[in-house]
Structure formats: C-alpha cells, structure tokens
Design a protein around this ligand. Structure first.
Ligand code: 13P
Ligand code: SF4
Length: 310
C-alpha cells in the first residue's frame, strides 16, 4: 500500500512531510504537519529532518528552501505553480515599484522568490492585517500581488496601500450572488471566506481568515452549518475536527461545486512516493536570490512572534 511505503520512506530517510490544507485528503493524512502558509513557513524554518518534502505549491517549497537552505527540499511536481504568483512577473513589478520610490513593499507570501527579494516584508493571510497595522498609519505602502487581500486590508485598517492587480484564479471566481442564494437556502449557516475572495464576497461573510483561522473558527463557533468560500481541500480537516457539523463549499457555477486549485491538486500520492524514493524533483535556487528573499521572510516571522501570531 502506497501510504505504508511513504511512511516507511519518511522514517528511513529522516524526512518530514509538510502539507497545505488544499492537498488531497490522502496526502494530508501522511503529513507530519498540515497548515496554512504561515504555519508551514514556521515549521520549515525549525525542521530538523534531513529532507523536507513539501506537499504544496512551488512558492511554498521555495520559502522552505530559503528558510532552511542546508536541507534538501522536495516538491512532488515542479509544475505546481500558483496563478497569483504568476500574476506578478518580476520585471513588471520592478518597473511598477520605481513609480513609488518613497513606498515600502509588503508582499503576500504567494509570490516568487524574485518578488520576495524586492520586498521589505512578507505577510500571509494569517498575519496580514496585524502586520500592516504594526507600521505607522502614514507609512506609504505597496501591497503585492493580491488585490483582493490588499483591498480587504485597506478596508479593515483604514490604509490606502497601492495595490498590485493580481488575483488567485480559484478564489476570484467565487461570486456573491451564488453565495447569497446559498445563504437564503441555509439561513442557519455561517459564511466563512478566505481574504483572496472578492470584496463583494467578503462583505457578506460572517468570518474572514486564513485557512487555519477558518478551521479554528469552525471548531470554536457554536453553529452547526457553514458555507465555505475557499478551496475544497480545507473541508477534510473541518470534517475531521467537527464530524457533527455540515460544510457546504461555495460553487464556482451552477454545474460545478469543485473549487479545486489545479496547481495544488497536481500532487498525488504516487508523485509524493516517487519524489521521496528518487529524492527529486528538488528545489534548487541561487544563493544570491535566497539571501535577498530570506530577509523579508525572516522579518515577517520575527514580527509574527512579537505579535504572538505563532
Ligand atoms: P493560507 O492557507 O495561508 O490561508 O493561503 C491560502 C492559499 O491560497 C494558499 O495558496
Ligand atoms: Fe495560488 Fe490560488 Fe492555488 Fe493558492 S489557491 S496556490 S493562491 S492559485
């Protein structure tokens, strides 16, 4: 059985498997840690194992390598990218940045190492609001690459950050109209949404947060039913933690309720097994770009620790 083989390899090779909540349930169930981008970055930094197997997408594995460069970091499928990271090419962003020379750059972790290297500090959906609030109100800020998360932070904090116009193709397609219809049909349900969703969706949400925060909310909240506006993978842990509760994923249109991130779902148990046995594909990066990108990520981890976001 492939699960047993993966667990054996993990032990024999002194490897740790870090998985994001959007991975398929079978992968989540063999992982040592399942979490959001903030938790995964923290675990990657402190990992003592010889090999970090990253069950997630490319920018996440890159972050793990940057934070722990002496470790071998494996990604089951190197093609597992991210529409949001792709929506912010380094050359275009560099030009954009030059227009706002007196601004600092806060970048969402869902970006390439090149964008991180051009940033002053990184944030995740789990710490973005508090991290922005840790800067004085008059500080001029560029926020990249997610315009939905950026405008949500602007609204909550009363800032006027300049936003790069990037989107996540999984969250940005979720429409308020479909969600309101679901709310009408399920009056007792709470709507929980990821901040990568459009403002029209976030405005009608009962709770907005990162995947970890959404999961924690469903555990502590007393409701029995939730309408979930994010990627389907998160339902696995929600159902595991609260088997008595009902979770309805927001449909992308009338015919499909499968909000799968095609990049996250490139990883399969077979690819996970294969990458562990062959110790490839491996994340290989230039030292210079790693050194430049490490500073703003470490700054984020330091601020998060001071703000008790760990
Ligand atoms: P978090 O799990 O950090 O909330 O991020 C969601 C996401 O889209 C990751 O790609
Ligand atoms: Fe990127 Fe969106 Fe997929 Fe997350 S869900 S990896 S932001 S495309």
């Amino acid at each position: 059985m492939i699960r047993k083989k993966i667990l054996e390899l993990k032990k024999n090779k002194n490897a740790v498997i870090l998985a994001h909540f959007y991975q398929i349930p079978e992968i989540q169930d063999v992982a040592d840690y399942v979490g959001d981008s903030l938790g995964l970055a923290q675990k990657a930094k402190e990992a003592a194992a010889d090999i970090i197997v990253f069950a997630g997408v490319h920018f996440m594995a890159e972050t793990a390598k940057i934070l722990n460069p002496s470790k071998k970091v494996l990604l089951p499928d190197l093609e597992a990218g991210c529409s949001l990271a792709e929506s912010c090419p380094a050359k275009k962003f560099s030009k954009f940045k030059k227009k706002y020379r007196d601004h600092i750059v806060i970048s969402y972790i869902n970006c390439t190492a090149e964008i991180k290297a051009m940033s002053d500090v990184i944030c995740t959906s789990g710490n973005a609001v508090k991290l922005v609030e840790s800067y004085p109100k008059e500080k001029k800020i560029i926020f990249a690459p997610d315009k939905n998360l950026g405008s949500y932070i602007n609204k909550v904090t009363g800032r006027n950050m300049v936003l790069w116009e990037g989107i996540c193709e999984v969250h940005d397609v979720l429409e308020a109209e479909a969600i309101i219809n679901l709310k009408i049909q399920n009056k007792e349900a709470k709507l929980i949404a990821h901040p990568e969703c459009k403002a029209t969706v976030l405005e009608v949400a009962d709770f907005v947060g990162s995947t970890t925060e959404m999961l924690k909310y469903t555990i502590r909240d007393k409701s029995k039913k939730y309408i979930v506006a994010t990627e389907t993978g998160i339902l696995h842990q929600m159902k595991k933690s609260s088997p008595e509760k009902e979770f309805i994923i927001v449909p992308t249109d009338e015919t499909c309720s499968c909000n799968d991130c095609s990049y996250m779902k490139m990883n399969t148990m077979e690819k996970l097994y294969s990458c562990m046995i062959n110790e490839k594909p491996e994340i290989i990066m230039e030292k210079d770009i790693m050194d430049k990108a490490r500073k703003p990520i470490e700054k984020m981890l330091e601020i998060s620790e001071n703000l008790n976001l760990v």
